[in-house]
Write a protein that binds this ligand. Structure first.
Ligand code: 5GP
Length: 238
């Protein structure tokens, strides 16, 4: 096993994670918190053991994706709540892939949640808490210098590849991947998948019952939040 770089100062604290620099300038340590927020921080709470569950689930998904040729920032899990990652220059564009209508798409377009889409749809949002992550076109990202046209093309291809891999893997475990959000960043001239992949960032529905197994249980006060995260982890580990 390679030696672990020394954990140095915290340089970023987000809603769900803290990032620490390390003695290796190319590597950072992500610390996964139990804090949960929704609606731009208007709703706050904690989900017991969420940090540890999201760290482990992200490890499993990143490992699966790496095996299938998707390059990610994941290096290895260091502890219950810590993950060693490659340092990224984050592209301030959130990429959402949708297989079924849900969430903001259902609201914005007046469609029924659960309506299947004929093919996956990729959307972009500008990563800005102050502006509440507005939906944007790729053209906006290019015009304002957030990403180049070539980077967006790569992001689109990668997002759809991730969708295919995760949808198949989850389907075999009785879970429908409804939609999810990805973040990408630059590392030595390459685009890598960053952030985390977990029930905070994806909608997971039980295939048979359509029971929600994700953060919507917290956002919509449905109860059984911790249980849903545990159930998802159990299925992904199986
Ligand atoms: P929606 O646009 O319907 O709210 O979200 C679509 C998908 O992306 C959902 O799976 C949701 O969890 C994820 N998503 C979108 N924006 C964010 C965000 O700012 N934070 C997190 N954790 N997930 C997001």
């Amino acid at each position: 096993m390679e030696s672990t770089p020394q954990k140095l100062e915290m340089f970023y604290e987000g809603k769900a994670k803290k990032l620490y620099s390390t003695s290796d300038p190319d590597l950072v340590i992500a610390y996964f918190k139990d804090d949960a927020t929704a609606f731009d921080g208007a709703k706050r709470g904690t989900i017991e053991s969420k940090g540890a569950m999201n760290n482990r689930m992200s490890e499993l998904f990143f490992t699966l994706l790496e095996k299938s040729g998707v390059k990610t920032h994941f290096v290895r899990r260091l502890s219950d709540r810590e993950m060693l990652c490659k340092r990224l220059q984050i592209i301030p564009v959130e990429t959402v892939v949708r297989n079924l209508v849900a969430g903001s798409m259902a609201k914005r377009l007046g469609r029924e949640e659960g309506e299947p889409l004929p093919h996956p749809i990729v959307e972009y949002y500008y990563k800005s808490d102050a502006l509440h992550d507005p939906m944007i076109l790729g053209q906006h990202a290019i015009a304002f210098g957030w990403a180049t046209a070539a980077e967006l093309e790569q992001i689109d291809t990668l997002a759809l590849k991730v969708d295919g891999i995760l949808s198949k893997f989850l389907d075999q475990r009785g879970v429908t991947l409804v939609d999810f959000k990805l973040e990408f960043g630059r590392h030595h001239g390459e685009i890598l998948l960053g952030d985390e992949i977990c029930p905070d960032t994806c909608r997971f529905w039980d295939k048979a019952t359509r029971q929600k197994l994700d953060k919507d249980r917290f956002r919509r006060d449905l109860g059984g939040v911790e249980e849903a995260y545990h159930e998802m982890l159990r299925r992904v580990e199986s």
